[in-house]
Design a protein around this ligand. Structure first.
Ligand SMILES: Cc1cc2nc3c(=O)[nH]c(=O)nc-3n(C[C@H](O)[C@H](O)[C@H](O)COP(=O)(O)OP(=O)(O)OC[C@H]3O[C@@H](n4cnc5c(N)ncnc54)[C@H](O)[C@@H]3O)c2cc1C
Length: 363
């Protein structure tokens, strides 16, 4: 059914494009805006996990108590640009207040309900495109190095309570599944029904093209101002003004700049992650493997092995941290077996893709 309402979606990342397709299916006259070509931001640079199990967020007492040591460790999963600390204090205070067990479970329960629908929702969109084996159904593995890692039991128990499909792995089982991983682990968890993308951007472009082929509109414009005119959203770029019936802001890490203009007090800040590609080594792994203690993972992709990690709090304007990139390379070296990794590292200079990507984080 074709509706008369005109919907604007700002941001043509994976959120914007998928939302546009669903709005189109519901008959809305839908226009996507992006200041860039679609899919060049976080939706390109991520780890490619489809993770229906990921209902637990970072607001957890066990993680909070580890924050100081994580920040001080140069190889740890967490980093802070110290010049950003004063700006982060209000957000971080809210984050801490939302880290009680009751709040953690509240969020986990509702995240689980959403995530439980996510694979079916993707499948509905994938039916209309030729996926060319860009999505692999081999599950995702998390491995632990330290025996007493607090988060391990907590995660397993919460997921059990929520009914998440998980299989505890012995060292032998991990080795049988991924023989090219060094035996630093003492156990792990296998999420069998998780998937991974072999090229997140290619999938996004296929979905975007489907949206356009079905009559969707795309305007390459930077939306600078938002307002309302008689309760209808008004979008302004440098030189143009647009009036719509409904508006969806899907600008990822950049969303707050626009939601602030509408006086929406959403407690959002950004986190930055990095990835490094090792070209031609994708056959070393059959699925993504995450080293939980260090907070990084490796995903086999078309571009090679993609090593992804770091939660860096520092806003959107700080420069790239070369030390975080170096850490990823060293972490990969610690994860992948012997001679193979020396070859990967020696080729590293020509193979690095160094752009950092930011996504958003609620407090
Ligand atoms: C290193 C890293 C690894 C990750 N790994 C995973 C993972 O394995 N699995 C997972 O599910 N998630 C992962 N994520 C998170 C995931 O990538 C993001 O949640 C997701 O890509 C966000 O999509 P988006 O469409 O909201 O934003 P983005 O992909 O960031 O797109 C936002 C778009 O908005 C546009 N835009 C911004 N401001 C304006 C404006 N004013 N006017 C017009 N256009 C504008 C930008 O140009 C951009 O195209 C990871 C994130 C990072 C950083």
């Amino acid at each position: 059914m074709q509706r008369k309402e005109r919907v604007a979606i700002i941001g043509a990342g994976i959120q914007g494009v998928c939302t546009a397709l669903f709005m189109q299916k519901k008959g809305f006259n839908t226009t996507l805006f992006d200041r860039d070509e679609p899919g060049n931001a976080a939706s390109y640079g991520n780890a490619g996990h489809f993770s229906p199990y990921a209902s637990l967020q970072l607001n957890r007492t066990d993680i909070l108590s580890d924050v100081p040591s994580m920040l001080l460790s140069s190889r740890g999963p967490l980093a802070l640009k110290w010049n950003y600390l004063p700006k982060m204090i209000p957000w971080f205070t809210k984050f801490v207040l939302n880290s009680s067990k009751a709040k953690m479970m509240h969020t986990a329960k509702y995240m689980h309900q959403i995530l439980d629908l996510s694979l079916d929702a993707f499948d509905e969109l994938f039916q209309d495109i030729d996926l060319e084996q860009l999505v692999v159904n081999n599950g995702i593995i998390y491995v632990w190095e330290k025996k007493g890692l607090k988060s391990r039991d907590l995660e397993i128990n919460v997921r059990k309570e929520l009914g998440v499909d998980q299989q505890i792995l012995s060292s032998k089982e991990i080795h049988d599944l991924e023989p090219n991983i060094k035996p630093f682990y003492h156990g792990g968890v296998f999420y069998k029904n998780a998937r991974h993308a072999r090229n997140p951007k290619k999938i996004l472009i296929k979905l975007f093209e489907n949206f356009i082929n079905k009559g969707g509109k795309f305007l390459k414009l930077n939306i600078q101002n938002l307002d309302f005119d008689d309760k209808k959203p008004v979008l302004r770029s440098d030189a143009q003004r647009f009036l719509f019936d409904k508006l969806i802001i899907a600008c990822g890490a950049f969303s707050k700049r626009l939601t602030d203009q509408l006086h929406e007090k959403i407690p959002l800040d950004t986190e930055r992650g990095y990835h490094v590609h090792f070209k031609n080594y994708e056959n070393l792994l059959s699925r993504p493997v995450v080293w939980s203690d260090r907070g990084f993972g490796i995903t086999p992709m078309e571009q090679g092995l993609r090593v992804v990690g770091t939660v860096e709090f520092g806003g959107l304007n700080n420069p790239l941290s070369k030390s975080r990139v170096k850490n990823l390379i060293l972490n990969a070296k610690d994860m992948i077996k012997g001679k193979i990794i020396s070859k990967m590292i020696s080729e590293e200079k020509t193979n690095l893709d160094l752009n950092p990507y930011s996504s958003l984080r609620f407090s």
